[in-house]
Design a protein around this ligand. Structure first.
Ligand code: CIZ
Ligand code: SF4
Length: 292
């Protein structure tokens, strides 16, 4: 049995070192599609395992613990999207990758934090509702000035990034005045505005690779800091509370159990209803078409 272990940039260090591929959710799903493996094990939260399944429907896809669920993705349902359509029939509905497959299926197109600005700027519609992260929506709105971009639900946010405040930044800057500040677009606007560079985890990684700073202030989940230190030798400062408990549900022991099992434990198996899978795939393909 040929197995590939995929791990998101926010995974525990001991899980990251066991992985064959590290990256953001879309990078991992697309890399998996290039691999010649029968079994794909996704270490991350459940929507990430779903994206791997949607892009690799004919392979066995597993998540070591299906209780790893993203608190942000749980803020939105397919019914909410249908309600948005009734209320704003002229608006395009863009689903952030942090959504359940049913929501992606109901939306017009998917985006990631790496390509949200590009996806929205290329849409024919002038009105856009982006679900479910209002911080990402406000960042896209600032960067695509000729469109109206609103977030839904009203207080939709990632609790980990929402807690990163300008006072965290002020504290760090007083100790490390010369370090560049990198922020994830899921951070609140007031925090994002303190940053030298705003981007997804893959973009922050590549920024460090290209600019080779001695150190950075990293306003995102601490797991990315581990990867940047280990692979690029850049020292990283992150707020002590930059820990996503959802991501940490996956442990090395749970991963080891799936790797070593001849037959996949039933509870780890990722399955998606056929219609939902097809429609979610179309929304992801639309994103790839717009950004291709
Ligand atoms: O797309 C991903 O992997 C997420 C949720 C975050 C990021 O910026 O990589
Ligand atoms: Fe979800 Fe935020 Fe955790 Fe990412 S860091 S998995 S968006 S709760």
């Amino acid at each position: 049995m040929e197995t590939v272990v995929l791990a998101h940039n926010y995974q525990r260090p001991e899980v990251q070192v066991m992985a064959d591929v590290l990256g953001d959710s879309l990078e991992l799903a697309m890399r998996a599609a290039e691999e010649d493996a029968d079994r794909l094990i996704m270490c991350g939260v459940d929507f990430m395992a779903e994206v791997v399944k949607v892009l690799n429907p004919d392979r066995e896809v597993a998540i070591p613990d299906p209780r790893a669920k993203c608190s942000l993705a749980m803020r939105i349902t397919a019914d909410d999207v249908r309600e948005i359509r009734r209320e704003r029939p002229d608006a395009a509905v863009v689903a952030y990758v942090n959504t359940p497959a049913e929501v992606k299926a109901e939306a017009d197109v998917v985006c990631t934090s790496a390509n949200a600005v590009e996806v929205v700027s290329k849409l024919p519609e002038d009105e856009v509702v982006l679900v479910p992260d209002t911080n990402l929506a406000s960042w896209v709105d600032e960067n695509v000035p000729d469109k109206e971009v609103v977030g839904y639900p009203p207080a939709g946010c990632c609790p980990v990034h929402q807690a990163m405040t300008p006072s965290d930044v002020g504290r760090f800057v007083s100790y490390h005045p010369n370090l560049p500040i990198l922020a994830h677009p899921e951070c609140p606007r007031c925090t994002r505005m303190t940053a030298d560079h705003v981007g997804s985890t893959s973009q922050m990684y590549r920024w460090c690779e290209k600019n080779e700073p001695d150190g950075v202030i990293l306003l995102t989940e601490e797991g990315l800091g581990f990867r940047i230190k280990r692979e690029l030798g850049v020292s990283v400062v992150t707020p002590g509370h930059a820990v996503c408990p959802d991501m940490k549900v996956i442990t090395a022991d749970k991963l080891e159990k799936v790797i070593s099992s001849e037959r996949l434990p039933e509870y780890t198996r990722v399955e998606i209803d056929g219609d939902v899978l097809r429609d979610a795939q179309e929304s992801i393909e639309e994103m790839l078409r717009l950004t291709g």
